[in-house]
Design a protein around this ligand. Structure first.
Ligand code: ADP
Length: 151
């Protein structure tokens, strides 16, 4: 059976830290689906969702095992729809862990066949956060160095 993983997130924007998680996931799974969701606590996106889909698709255009979807439902429902057995999430620090631990247990409650696989960030990307990138961009700073594409 094909091993399919969803990498869910807001990806506002998709960063080199996220890209690193996708590349490493390809060693574990046959297919990786990047799911851009509407996080209920981050209702208003800063970067346009269609622009983000376009940029991510550009990054993976030569990697047929990676695809992108936008979703507006439970991640566990999305996983069922795509017959994905795994979710992938990245961990940078204990704050990420506290949050991820709860979400992961809830996802397992909602879909008992779904396992979340956590990849610890590569040290060179540990300080990259979408929130900080948005702030830098908002005030006119150049953020391309932190992204696997140019804006
Ligand atoms: P969410 O809003 O769902 O937390 P994000 O787009 O912020 O979505 O992040 C998606 C996933 O990528 C999360 O698991 C997050 O911890 C992880 N992540 C974010 N930045 C990095 C990074 N620099 N290195 C590794 N993982 C990261």
């Amino acid at each position: 059976m094909k091993k399919i993983a969803i990498f869910p997130g807001s990806f506002d924007p998709f960063t080199k830290g996220h890209h690193d998680i996708v590349l490493r996931s390809l060693a574990l799974f046959d297919e990786v689906i990047i799911g851009i969701g509407y996080n209920s606590t981050k209702k208003n996106r800063y970067f346009d969702i269609d622009l983000m889909v376009e940029k991510i698709e550009e990054v993976y255009k030569d990697m047929p095992r990676v695809s992108v979807v936008v979703y507006n439902e439970l991640t566990s429902t999305l996983a069922k729809k795509y017959e994905a057995q795994f979710l992938v999430r990245g961990l940078r620090n204990t704050t990420d862990f506290e949050y991820e631990n709860t979400i992961s247990q809830m996802n397992r409650y909602l879909n008992g066949e779904l396992d979340t696989v956590f990849l610890i960030t590569s040290p060179q990307y540990a300080a990259i956060s979408s929130t900080v990138i948005r702030e830098v961009h908002r005030y006119g700073g150049d953020v391309d160095e932190f992204l696997p594409y140019s804006l």
